[in-house]
Design a protein around this ligand. Structure first.
Ligand SMILES: [Zn+2]
Length: 136
C-alpha cells in the first residue's frame, strides 16, 4: 500500500480480507512475509521482516469461539449424517468423533488466531492504528 505523503499515513488503507488471509497463513498482515507467531499461539512482538508491531493484538477468547463454531458445525453435521446412514456402535462413534474434534480444534486454533490478528490490524483495533512511525 502506497502512502503519498506524511499527512496521509493516518488514513492508510488496510484491506480486511488480504490481511485476514495473510494471518490465516501465519504471516504478518502488513507484509505477508514475516511470521506472526514465535510459539504455537504466542504472537511475536514485531514482524521480523517489516517491523510491524504485533504486540497490540487482543485476540483473547475470540479465536477459540470461532474454532468451536467451525468444529461444532463440521463434527455435528458429519455425526448426524453418519448416524442416519449407518448403524455404528456408540464405541465406534466415540472413537471417531472425539479424536476428530480434538484434531480439528488443534489444527484450526493457530490459523484462526492469525486471521483474528490480521483482522485487528486491518481495522486498526487496539494499538494497531497508533504506530505510524513504523509504517511506510
Ligand atoms: Zn511484516
Amino acid at each position: 500500500m502506497t502512502i503519498e505523503n506524511e499527512s496521509d499515513k493516518w488514513i492508510e488503507k488496510r484491506p480486511v480480507w488480504p490481511a485476514i488471509l495473510k494471518g490465516l497463513r501465519g504471516k504478518c498482515p502488513r507484509c505477508g512475509e514475516g511470521r506472526i507467531f514465535h510459539k504455537w499461539l504466542k504472537v511475536s512482538q514485531q514482524c521480523s521482516v517489516c517491523g510491524q508491531d504485533l504486540h497490540h493484538e487482543r485476540a483473547q477468547d475470540f479465536p477459540p469461539y470461532v474454532v468451536i463454531v467451525i468444529v461444532g458445525h463440521v463434527v455435528v453435521t458429519a455425526l448426524m449424517l453418519v448416524e442416519a446412514r449407518t448403524d455404528w456402535s456408540m464405541t465406534t462413534h466415540l472413537l471417531v468423533w472425539i479424536p476428530l474434534t480434538v484434531v480439528l480444534t488443534l489444527a484450526l486454533l493457530q490459523p484462526v488466531k492469525g486471521g483474528v490478528v490480521g483482522l485487528q490490524w486491518a481495522l486498526k483495533m487496539f494499538g494497531f492504528g497508533d504506530d505510524h512511525e513504523k509504517d511506510g
